[in-house]
Write a protein that binds this ligand. Structure first.
Ligand code: SAM
Length: 270
């Protein structure tokens, strides 16, 4: 183990927080443990040299740092109540009111893609034969290139599929060697993955109907969350929804969103 000095620790915490929003103040041991092999691979024995490399433009090392320091745990059908709400409330309403039949969805902090692909399965399942009439797509973004790499292959372990109903497993996946499962193209091709830092200004061609940002803001401090929530509000259509993780909350007094049910918020129509 290579130990962080107090000043090295402060520098890394402040760098990650100001650039990516993630607060690592309680994570000294995690940084030491996850960065150990990155330092030794470069023949370094202290974090000061490593931090100098991070600060060098074009070293590419920031990507490695972020890949190692982000927490990417996720699985299909996580927090199923959101998918039930999508199926029971949002999609029926869209069918009644959305004349263009187009749906723009953003999975912000998508990790390895399970959230976005679950959403596609719910949409396909709900519309059935009518699915062909709809133009729907999900933009899935993250800062971790390594997490998204897995998503782009569309190949998953049996364990990450454990909450998927048996008929969906047959319908939307193909069994591969070694107890792996690959997504069928009709699901895989509906999701576009892009690297995007939620701390950067948002530039999108059109507003979204739905935004998922679940289990991402838990790593941020309150002022960072408040700014991000306002940014999500600005890029949603009137009547659009924001889903956050069930362990997260939005402060009702300071937020422009309407509370709908735990971890589901709506932008008003006015
Ligand atoms: C625990 S995963 C959540 C995955 C999925 N949304 C879910 O609920 O299962 C959190 C993800 O947020 C990403 N993340 C953290 N800070 C971010 C930032 N500033 N911009 C974009 N993504 C970020 C991490 O890389 C990680 O993949």
């Amino acid at each position: 183990m290579i130990r962080l000095t107090d000043s090295e620790f402060e520098k890394i915490v402040s760098y990650v927080k100001s650039n990516y929003g993630i607060n690592l103040i309680q994570k000294r041991q995690l940084i030491e443990a996850r960065m150990y092999s990155a330092l030794t691979e470069k023949g370094m024995n202290n974090f000061t040299d490593y931090f100098a490399l991070i600060k060098q433009n074009n070293s590419g090392e920031v990507t490695n740092l972020i890949n190692r320091l982000t927490t990417n745990h996720t699985y299909f059908m996580r927090e199923q109540a959101h998918f039930d709400f999508l199926k029971k409330a949002i999609l029926p309403m869209q069918e009644k009111t959305n004349r263009q039949k187009n749906l723009r969805i953003w999975s912000a902090g998508c990790s390895s893609g399970e959230e976005a692909f679950t959403t596609i399965m719910v949409i396909r399942d709900y519309f059935g034969m009518r699915e062909r009439e709809w133009d729907y797509r999900i933009l899935a973004t993250d800062i971790s290139e390594r997490a998204m790499q897995g998503a782009k292959t569309g190949i998953y372990t049996a364990d990450s599929l454990k909450n998927i109903p048996a008929d969906w497993k047959k319908k939307y996946f193909r069994a591969e060697a070694g107890e792996m499962f690959s997504l069928r193209p009709e699901v895989k091709d509906q999701v576009i993955f892009k690297k995007l830092n939620l701390m950067a200004p948002f530039v999108f061609r059109a507003p979204f109907d739905l935004i998922f940002c679940r289990n991402v803001m838990i790593y941020f401090e309150q002022p960072t969350r408040d700014k991000l929530i306002q940014k999500f509000y600005d890029v949603l259509k009137p009547g659009g929804y924001l889903f956050i993780g069930h362990s997260e909350t939005i402060q009702r007094e300071s937020s422009p969103f309407r509370y709908i049910e735990p971890s589901v918020y709506q932008k008003g129509y006015k």
